[in-house]
Design a binder for this molecule. Structure first.
Ligand code: CP3
Length: 344
């Protein structure tokens, strides 16, 4: 059954003539129906922890656009929340956490992740799984340890994650201990998502590109390698997509050393160049500029054609190079799908 889902066929190494497509952040504020449902929850985190509402917003983009995959509606910052670090989302301002400043703050957190706290996510996965069309894959996810830790240290979004980068230089032992907990927590969290019904997994390392090379290796690449190795033991058949945004020249080595099945490419990567240097057994996903999708028209057509040409002949999953933006016109998403599915 699973083998009939186009996204899983590609993740298993098939190059399909009609490329499967989903969009990062496809459930979100560009959809009027999302904004409606969002009003029913007191806060963004309440929405994430309400299985019925989370399942509903996960399904909204599938009903409207028939994407090849649904991604469970949640956030990477439910993990710090489940380690006991209080997380809030202030509307329009992004996440706020009680920042980790020293060893005492780490001691105040739980040693292990509280999976009971995350049970609404697993329930939402079960609800979505029952409701999805047979051809639609369900993606589970988490943030990579480095990206999650960067928010835990800064306590908020920053332009370049300088607080966490500096913290890691000054306090490598404390930082390593935090990363260690996040590796272990991510493995059990992802395992439970798979057991609840996730067909495959994406690991978001949105801030990988902020790290200098040696730190990239230590804090971004190696933790993801270890998560993947541990997941392979528990769930050997479940395919994994890693998204090390901004990894640039490190991409090919990252793919080889982490052992990921697929690599999500960000907007900055030239498709043909990536296809030339990344080992051919690695499936590629990406990488339309979210702003080209806002622009629509000719720039959108040209950008899509370039991506299709660059990945031709290789197993490829069409996606954006980063999350869809709230300003995106719904008609442009329709136009994108018409370009990708000419016979539909
Ligand atoms: O892709 C999907 O549709 C699934 C849901 C999803 C969300 N966040 C929902 C969300 C996923 C996969 C994420 C991942 C995530 N969250 C990342 C990694 C991917 C990336 O974009 O780089 C990061 C860094 C976060 C942390 C986060 N969550 C930030 C910095 C913010 C604030 C910025 C913003 O876009 O508002 C969020 C909030 C958030 N997560 C929203 C949504 C739909 C918007 C809040 C709202 O609707 O009120």
């Amino acid at each position: 059954m699973a083998a009939n889902k186009p996204l899983l066929r590609v993740l298993n190494g098939e190059a399909l003539s009609t490329t499967p497509v989903w969009l990062m952040r496809q459930a979100g504020r560009y959809l009027t129906e999302y904004k409606q449902t969002r009003l029913k929850a007191r806060s963004f985190l309440d929405l994430c922890y309400n299985p019925k509402l989370a399942a509903e917003v996960t399904l909204q983009p599938i009903r409207r656009f028939h994407f090849d995959a649904a991604i469970i509606f949640s956030d990477i910052l439910v993990v710090p929340d489940a380690f006991g670090q209080k997380v809030d989302f202030e509307s329009g301002e992004g996440p706020r956490l009680q920042p980790i400043i020293g060893a005492d703050d780490l001691k105040a957190l739980r040693e292990t992740i509280d999976l009971d706290h995350l049970s609404p996510v697993f329930e939402a996965i079960q609800l979505v799984k029952q409701a999805l069309p047979a051809k639609t894959a369900l993606i589970g996810f988490c943030g990579a340890p480095w990206t999650v830790a960067s928010y835990m240290i800064a306590g908020r979004g920053t332009p370049d994650q300088a607080p966490a980068r500096l913290f890691a230089y000054r306090n490598p032992d404390i930082f390593a201990a935090l990363i260690e907990r996040l590796i272990e927590g991510s493995v059990v969290y992802l395992s439970r998502q798979i057991e609840a019904g996730a067909d495959c997994i994406q690991i978001f390392d949105s801030w990988a590109g902020a790290l200098a090379p040696a730190e990239f290796e230590r804090w971004a690449l190696d933790p993801v390698r270890r998560i993947i190795a541990a997941l392979r033991i528990r769930h050997p058949r479940t395919k994994i997509i890693a998204f090390p945004r901004g990894a640039g020249l490190a991409l090919a080595g990252y793919a080889a050393q982490t052992g990921t099945d697929a690599l999500g490419l960000d907007t900055s990567v030239d498709p043909a160049s990536a296809a030339a240097v990344i080992p051919s057994n690695v499936v590629l996903q990406g990488n339309l500029d979210p702003l080209a999708l806002i622009a629509g028209g000719e720039p959108l057509g040209e950008a899509v054609a370039k991506i299709q040409a660059g990945f031709r002949g290789r197993p490829h999953i069409f996606n954006l190079g980063h999350g869809i933006l709230p300003e995106t016109p719904l008609d442009n998403v329709e136009a994108l799908l018409a370009l990708l599915r000419p016979e539909a």
